[in-house]
Design a protein around this ligand. Structure first.
Ligand code: AMP
Ligand code: GLY
Length: 417
């Protein structure tokens, strides 16, 4: 069978890598892919948002299954368009993608179905928003409603900072229409964890847990990024917590998906804060995470294509997923300047010197004339499986410095608890 993966990051490389181990697959295309995906797939130079072009490609090439990585094409309705033409595609439809593309929509969904989350207010008028700041203690959290490439969430320690943030989003419109409406939210304290679920006709089948590192600098300092390190499983996920998440969160989400006609076949990524008062939902994404996918795919023992086929047919069950009990850790190296403006086009060296047990998933690389160059803010996810998190960490950090490119940076504390 022929599979098309849409996207160009480490997530898509990890998906292509896992799909390439699937017995029934004869050909993998990745649109547009990167310097790493081309080791296991054929890169197709197409924009993930060019839905007409991708649809034509899938029809012309008789693609049997399409898997969508990034949120933008999902929010633009790529799944609806493919399904209209009778094509098999794995991802949230346009209606369901609102769970990610509108934070207000997601919060109202959580409120309606009594899914534990931070207390909040929603505002479309700056004077009202400033007036209501008094309902919250500091620090408080201000979130732009729409998609802002991960930059739309600001934790405010003081009233001055909150007023500045509201002005920037609502008056100066630094995020355009995405910041016209905003949320003010109670700050939650605790450990964060990512729980990705396969969605099979609206039923949730949880994957293993993961812990993402969002800030660029060690000790969780500095601005937020897309994620610069990750490991699985999270040490907090014992049987008691899993049962609590099932009973208090997953079952309510399933009920909501059904009642709101949001049922789909794809992935629901639940961002959790594990607070003293129990797990609470920070956000939803309707896609695989990056770098979460880079630590989940190596731990998944079952065939990913088989899982996705079953999910689309509505037959996927928890018994259909087998995971290794080993730990997986990834450390992402980044280009100088990231998460701000960053450099590109630096030659990457040293990959052939890495130990056998290291898997390199490429986030932003490009091959030109047989050489490998940086082509993104996040460059590569250096990954390994080991018997413990400590072992995985030791083994990765021994090899991290063998890789080099001009301006390379990575955190030295990924996997240290
Ligand atoms: P989000 O895009 O909503 O997940 O927010 C991005 C990051 O901001 C999260 O991963 C958290 O680290 C932080 N964050 C968001 N909401 C809250 C909250 N209510 N309390 C504390 N931290 C938060
Ligand atoms: N690592 C977080 C995300 O994929 O949004």
């Amino acid at each position: 069978m022929k599979v098309l993966v849409i996207g160009s990051g480490g997530r898509e490389h990890a998906l292509c890598w896992k799909i390439s181990q699937s017995k029934g697959v004869s050909k993998i295309y990745c649109a547009p892919g990167n310097g790493g995906t081309q080791q296991v797939a054929q890169n197709i130079d197409m924009d993930p948002n060019d839905i007409d072009g991708l649809l034509k490609f899938a029809l012309d090439e008789s693609i049997d299954l399409t898997i969508v990585g990034p949120e933008d094409p999902l929010a633009k309705g790529i799944v609806d368009r493919f399904e209209e033409k009778g094509l098999r595609i794995f991802g949230a439809n346009g209606r369901s993608a609102q769970l990610e593309s509108s934070k207000i929509y997601a919060k109202e969904f959580m409120e309606k179905y009594e899914i534990p989350t931070a207390r909040y207010g929603r505002y479309g008028n700056i004077d009202e928003a400033i007036e209501r700041l008094k309902d919250f203690q500091y620090p408080l959290v201000i979130k732009a409603d729409g998609l802002c490439l991960g930059k739309g969430v600001v934790i405010c320690d003081t009233k001055e900072m909150a007023m500045e943030t509201l002005k920037a989003m609502m008056e100066d419109r630094i995020f355009g229409a995405a910041g016209e409406n905003i949320i003010i939210e109670e700050f939650l304290e605790g450990a964060e964890a990512s729980l990705l679920c396969f969605v099979s006709q609206g039923r949730l089948i949880p994957m293993e847990s993961a812990k993402d590192y969002k800030q660029i600098y060690e000790g969780d300092e500095g601005p937020n990024t897309g994620g610069v390190g990750c490991y699985s499983p999270s040490e907090h996920f014992n049987e008691e917590l899993k049962a609590r998440i099932d009973g208090e969160i997953l079952s309510s989400i399933e009920l909501g998906l059904k009642h709101e006609y949001l049922s789909y076949n794809g992935v629901l990524f639940i961002g959790l804060m594990l607070t003293e008062r129990g797990p609470k939902v920070l956000e939803f994404n309707v896609r695989f995470g990056d770098p979460e996918t880079q630590v989940l795919m190596p731990r998944l023992e079952s065939d990913i294509v088989d899982i996705i086929q079953k999910a689309i047919d509505g037959n996927l069950t928890r018994g259909g997923l087998a995971w290794t009990g080993r730990s997986c850790l990834t450390v992402v190296n980044t280009s100088k300047g990231y998460p701000g403006e960053y450099e590109k086009g630096k030659e990457i060296k040293g990959l052939d010197e890495l130990g056998q047990h290291i898997i390199v998933f490429h986030n932003g690389t490009e091959v030109k004339d047989g050489r490998l160059y940086t082509d993104g803010g996040r460059v590569m996810s250096i990954t390994t499986l080991a018997n413990s998190l400590e072992e995985a960490r030791d083994s990765i950090y021994k090899d991290m410095d063998r890789i080099s490119f001009d301006g390379m940076y990575f955190r030295g504390d990924i996997g240290k608890m």
